[in-house]
Design a protein around this ligand. Structure first.
Ligand code: B12
Length: 468
């Protein structure tokens, strides 16, 4: 049986800062599923339309009518694109079985099947359901599956009783992907080629803005030995020299990270890397070891500098921890990328101004400011939906660059204005610009940063200065 997996194209508006951040990442979820499908003796293809910038028409042309299944992955802002692909397939190939998966279909599984957008949705983790489908298991026995039976009834099968063991998974089917096109975010890479990797699932945190139910609250880790195998596979076959670990909290197990660092050092693996972390998961010793093993940048989710807002979003961190971790990370000579949110419950103009000011003076090298977006499935979405305080449900706009929450403490116009102000204040500082100019070593670097700077100036000019 032949399975075609699709990563839908995404349109990032030029008014969105993510247009400048500009990373290209492999769709690891469907690449894993393609590898599993093939392991069962079938064939598969991956169309990474997001990276290849394919139009819906080009995607449809690439689908063989002889395929048995088309699988589409989707996030919330990707769902309208995913829906368009599904509709176009329905028109051209009405007998094709369409399966959807990923964060957004996991929440809206019933509607998507009921409204005949697709035939099946795989909720949460896809590895076990896809293995069962490949083995020919009857649909009613496949866990995590929502489907339509011959009487047109929507059937919601029970959840899988066992979580996926990450060490047992094959490598994602990298050979089916346009590997030469992937690279990590601007400012996050020291060496090229670079690529993103995920080594854990689940999160013990209960932040109200995060859809933690996707992979459960129990953290599951890939063993350090398996991570090393994976790195060596990428180095040997694709010459990868830098990895961005995209785990929600890479440092969730200090023991695992320390073991991984020791292995990188003892095996003399030449690798430059970065990761995401929570401020309450690192120690000075661990940071020194990470630096020794090649880590050059950590992104910490600070979110806000207002202790009440930290409580409102259940972040379970405080300013005292911020200060400590900033000092420890600087002492370890690891660069810091700060992630901040604007427009959380309890936000005011004063609290946004304080957060931006903090970012400017915290001694961090890069900052990402996002507008708080209540993704479906999160506690925040439930709470604000219940109170009728969600401004709109146009999923295209759930892109972290426009306000979605109606707050009684600050207007959405002010949040939008402070969003652009945050980038202007952080990036258009003479000290920041000078540091980057001095850090430029090569002509391609010069071109990349000049392009980013021009895009940033254009974006800020259109969004701030012209409106005044
Ligand atoms: C890397 C990453 C990115 C990368 C690349 C994504 C890519 N090419 O896959 C980039 C930087 C491009 C990115 C962009 C965005 N991202 Co992002 N990203 C992630 C991150 C950190 C990892 C994704 C990943 O590889 N996961 C590991 C794989 C194994 O999991 P998976 O993809 O979910 O796949 C599994 C299942 O979902 C299922 N499955 C998935 N698809 C399918 C399809 C079929 C047919 C089947 C059967 C099963 C199935 O099976 C897979 C294996 O178990 C996640 C957080 C996370 N931990 O997952 C956020 C996350 C997906 N991103 C998020 C967000 C908000 C964004 C952006 C909106 C950010 C922005 N400012 O624009 C954009 C949206 C882009 C878009 N239009 O879709 C949110 C999504 C929330 C939501 N409801 O949509 C997440 C969940 C982070 C979070 N906790 O808030 N992201």
């Amino acid at each position: 049986m032949n399975f075609i997996f699709i990563n839908p194209p995404r349109e990032i508006k030029s008014s969105n800062i993510w247009n400048i951040i500009n990373s290209e990442n492999p769709p690891l979820g469907i690449a894993l599923l393609a590898a599993i499908w093939d392991q069962q003796g079938h064939t598969s293809q991956i169309i990474d339309a997001a990276t290849l910038r394919l139009s819906i028409q080009e995607i449809i042309t690439g689908i063989s009518p002889a395929a048995d299944f088309v699988g589409i992955t989707s996030t919330t802002p990707g769902i309208s694109s995913a829906g368009m692909i599904a509709r176009a397939i329905r028109e051209k190939l009405p007998r094709m079985k369409i399966i959807m998966g990923g964060v957004h279909p996991t929440v809206f599984h019933e509607e998507l099947v009921r409204d005949n957008i697709c035939d099946m949705v795989v909720r949460n983790e896809g590895e076990i359901p896809i293995t069962e489908l490949a083995k020919g298991t009857p649909l009613n026995l496949i866990p995590n599956l929502t489907w339509r039976n011959s009487q047109n009834e929507v059937i919601i099968n029970p959840d899988s009783s066992k979580p996926v063991d990450l060490d047992s998974l094959p490598f994602p089917a990298y050979h089916k992907l346009p590997m030469h096109l992937y690279h990590s975010a601007l400012g996050a890479v020291k060496k090229k080629p670079s690529i993103g990797m995920i080594t854990s699932r689940g999160c013990p945190g209960k932040c109200t803005f995060c859809f933690s139910a996707m992979f459960g609250s129990q953290i599951r880790l890939m063993s350090p030995a398996r991570i090393i195998d994976h790195i060596e596979h990428l180095q040997k076959n694709y010459n990868i020299r830098e990895i961005s670990f995209y785990d929600d909290t890479f440092t969730v197990s200090r023991k695992n990270v320390a073991q991984l660092c020791h292995l990188i050092l003892s095996k003399k693996i030449k690798l430059s890397w970065s990761c995401f972390a929570r401020v309450d998961t690192v120690t000075p010793e661990l940071l020194l070891l990470m630096k020794k093993a090649g880590c050059h940048q950590i992104m910490y989710g600070f979110e806000t500098t207002d202790e009440n807002i930290l409580k409102n979003i259940n972040k379970r961190t405080d300013l005292d921890q911020f200060h400590k971790v900033l000092n420890w990370t600087r002492a370890a000579k690891i660069n810091i990328r700060g992630a901040f949110m604007l427009g959380n419950p309890g936000e005011t103009i004063a609290s946004m101004a304080r957060t931006i000011d903090y970012a400017k003076h915290a001694g961090i090298q890069l900052a990402v400011f996002n507008i708080t977006t209540p993704y479906p499935g999160t506690e925040m979405y439930k709470e604000f939906s219940g109170k009728n305080l969600i401004l709109h449900r146009n999923w295209d706009l759930y892109n972290l660059a426009q306000p979605v929450l109606k707050l009684d403490t600050v207007s959405s116009e002010a949040v939008q204005q402070y969003y652009y102000k945050s980038y202007r204040d952080f990036y258009l500082r003479p000290a920041f610009i000078l540091r980057y100019i001095l850090a430029i070593r090569t002509f391609p670097e010069f071109l990349t940063y000049t392009e980013a700077a021009l895009k940033m100036i254009n974006l800020l000019f259109r969004n701030i200065f012209q409106k005044k």
